[in-house]
Design a protein around this ligand. Structure first.
Ligand SMILES: [Fe+2]
Length: 201
């Protein structure tokens, strides 16, 4: 028997809020091209759920909270609660890209695609085990299908209303947007409190 250990969880699910995301994306009708954090030629705008949100933003936020809870129920033993740390819109016009980076000071990070097209670039996740990056091995556990780019990197094509959650320490990047349409997503970080069960851990 072969056992595979040290797995990294990357969660992906459609949160079907098409009408809501269409309304939210109307806010972003002007492109701003700046270099901020990992962003090049794009823009990050804060999303603060403690400040007044539009009704559509509120619906999107509530949907995200439900999506995160669902992920934590599936992936963790008895999680107690989670706390959103920070959230921001990523506005990515033609020519913009994200350098490889990780998110510090939090347990998980996520992306929710508000406006995206088929030809927008994927988000690439790299194996955080730097030693494993020395050499690729074509393991049979490799993520199935064409999304696999080598044992040490996978990518997810963006889809409208897709929610992706991953441990914050996983290096990731987004290649250049080569089409005219601007991509808009909401990114966020959160921390989790676990109710540790003695018989499990
Ligand atoms: Fe990121």
């Amino acid at each position: 028997m072969i056992n595979y250990f040290f797995a990294e969880e990357i969660y992906s699910k459609l949160l079907p809020l098409e009408e809501v995301t269409k309304e939210v994306s109307k806010k972003f009708n002007k492109d701003i091209k700046l270099d901020i954090a990992s962003v090049r030629n794009g823009c990050q705008l804060p999303f603060d759920p403690k400040k007044s949100l539009t009704p559509f933003e509120q619906q999107m936020y509530d949907g995200l909270l439900r999506g995160i809870s669902e992920f934590l129920v599936k992936s963790c033993y008895d999680f107690k609660s989670f706390t959103m740390q920070n959230m921001w819109y990523n506005v990515s016009p033609k020519g913009s890209y994200n350098l490889e980076h990780i998110h510090g000071n939090c347990d998980y990070s996520g992306i929710y695609y508000i406006r995206t097209e088929k030809d927008h670039p994927s988000v690439h996740f790299k194996n955080p085990n730097l030693v494993a990056n020395m050499r690729n091995r074509p393991l049979k556990t490799a993520f199935n299908g064409s999304l696999h780019t080598g044992h040490n990197e996978i990518y997810f094509e963006p889809k409208p209303c897709m929610l992706t959650i991953f441990p914050s320490y996983i290096p990731h990047r987004v290649d250049e947007n080569k089409i005219e349409e601007t991509r808009v997503s909401l990114a966020f970080n959160f921390n989790v409190s676990w109710q540790i069960r003695q018989n499990v851990l």
